[in-house]
Design a protein around this ligand. Structure first.
Ligand SMILES: [Fe+2]
Length: 212
């Protein structure tokens, strides 16, 4: 997949909530974006070393603690900038959710160096990730699109959708984001969610019980 574009990715499952952290990289230059380093930074660092990758940026699909809890360790290790949507920056002090943070081994995240908005392009070596603002699970949820793949965060799962009962959540926005933005992508688009197995736009359009 993504052979012509040179985009590749590696999945690292991290933390007690089994968050999908993705290393998205340019095969040619080995430049890499770290999407959602939620926990287990040693595991992420060792995957980066095994693949001989060079992190250039940390990206958060949204601000929940299980997606941002390892930001600070990865940023300190590689001295790379952090990018996320402005609407979720109020969630980065995980000491506000102390019990959950302790359980997950999460640390406070530094503030983002770059705020992401709809349509932004993020350069990673010779590849580029396009930002899609898909609010609903949180107000600042974003997806990243590249080479026929959508990194969907907790907006859309294989056979499920993100919860909307937490602060900033909205079922109306979530449904609109999924129907109008995600399901309108080419049906063969591979969807890589923030938890659980991968899926495709076609499969979710045809069989996701929350959408049919
Ligand atoms: Fe979440």
């Amino acid at each position: 997949m993504g052979r012509e574009s040179g985009m590749k990715y590696e999945l690292v499952i991290v933390g007690a909530l089994e968050t999908n952290c993705y290393l998205v990289y340019c095969e040619e230059t080995r430049a890499c974006a770290v999407i959602d380093p939620g926990a287990d930074h040693e595991k992420i660092i060792s995957a980066i070393a095994d693949l001989e990758l060079k992190p250039v940026i940390v990206l958060n699909t949204h601000g929940h603690v299980d997606h941002i809890g390892g930001n600070s360790d990865i940023i300190q290790k590689y001295r790379v900038p952090l990018a996320m949507h402005a609407a979720d920056t109020g969630m980065l002090q995980v000491s506000d959710y102390i019990e959950l943070s302790l359980l997950l081994g999460a640390r406070n995240s530094p503030p983002p160096d770059r705020l992401l908005a709809e349509g932004d392009e993020i350069a990673v070596g010779r590849i580029s990730l396009r930002v899609m603002h898909i609010p609903g699970h949180t107000a600042g949820s974003v997806g990243f699109v590249a080479a026929g793949v959508l990194f969907s965060g907790d907006t859309l799962f294989c056979g499920g959708v993100g919860r909307t009962d937490l602060p900033g959540g909205s079922w109306k926005d979530l449904e609109q984001s999924i129907r109008e933005r995600i399901l309108t992508l080419p049906e063969e688009t591979i969807v890589l969610p923030g938890h659980g197995p991968w899926t495709t736009v076609e499969q979710e359009r045809d069989s996701n019980p929350f959408l049919t």
